[in-house]
Design a protein. Structure first.
Length: 262
């Protein structure tokens, strides 16, 4: 059977590594990103793999771009078996300093854009009967954290929306799976937005010590073989999720200590 997948944020990091990881498991993978030349690098990395890799230009900060990308895919494919909502924009700024424009941009990219794309592809996902939607969330989608206010809020919003969608679409055999990801060695902190919308431009120490994007992609592929509704991926930082749930006093102690350094 021909299997069709769509992966956003596929020009680098986790999205790129996941494309390479899944390129022998799918017939066609549509990979989305803002710049086609960057996506072509991902295409080359999949050389020799069995899947046909199709780059699609899409800017999640532009509603018309999302519509155009979705139409490009659905005009070719009646059924979609996998949608990976992976693209995102991180943040490194204090609440008191962050402009409304930056907050709106983060919410558009991380939440509204992903919701729009999913709804535009939903009919094709329904027709596949047994499709899966993967949501790349974050440990700060489970709690708030210093310098991540709107980023954290956007991830919380994804959980609320897509858990609701999971209940609604169970009758159509669509399975929604959350990937709660910790520290991965990508450019996410380098590309994060500051209070005024500039690029942060630095690699966080924690990020630098995280797992590789390739290891993350292997864990995501393993998650795809399971029926777990939520999968935690990362290193010791994942303990913060457990602390928040079972030892909240310890979670708050650690997070408040971090607050003293910003």
């Amino acid at each position: 059977m021909s299997k069709v997948g769509v992966i956003t944020g596929a020009s680098s990091g986790i999205g790129q590594a996941l494309t390479v990881q899944l390129a022998n498991s799918y017939s066609i993978l549509y990979i989305c990103g803002r710049k086609l030349d960057s996506l072509e690098i991902t295409v080359k990395l999949c050389s020799g793999k069995s899947a046909k890799i199709v780059p699609v230009a899409m800017d999640l900060n532009n509603k018309e771009s999302i519509k155009k990308a979705a139409a490009e895919i659905t005009n070719k494919e009646e059924k979609i078996h996998l949608l990976v909502n992976n693209a995102g924009q991180s943040q490194r700024s204090l609440v008191k300093d962050t402009s409304e424009e930056v907050e709106a941009r983060i919410m558009q990219i991380n939440y509204f854009g992903q919701v729009q794309l999913t709804k535009l592809l939903l009919n094709a996902l329904q027709k596949a009967q047994g499709s899966r939607i993967l949501i790349t969330s974050s440990i700060v989608g489970k709690f708030g954290y210093p310098l991540r206010s709107t980023y954290s809020a956007s991830k919380h919003a994804l959980h609320g929306f897509f858990e609701s969608l999971r209940f609604e679409e169970k009758k159509n055999s669509i399975f929604v799976q959350f990937l709660v990801i910790g520290r991965v060695q990508t450019q996410v902190s380098v590309n994060a937005l500051t209070a005024g919308g500039e690029t942060y431009g630095k690699m966080d120490n924690g990020q630098a010590g995280g797992i590789s994007a390739e290891v993350c992609a292997k864990k995501i592929e393993a998650a795809l073989q399971s029926n777990r509704k939520e999968v935690l991926i990362g290193g010791k930082e994942l303990l913060m999720v457990k602390f928040k749930k079972y030892l909240p006093f310890l979670f708050y102690k650690i997070a408040e200590k971090e607050s003293n350094h910003v």
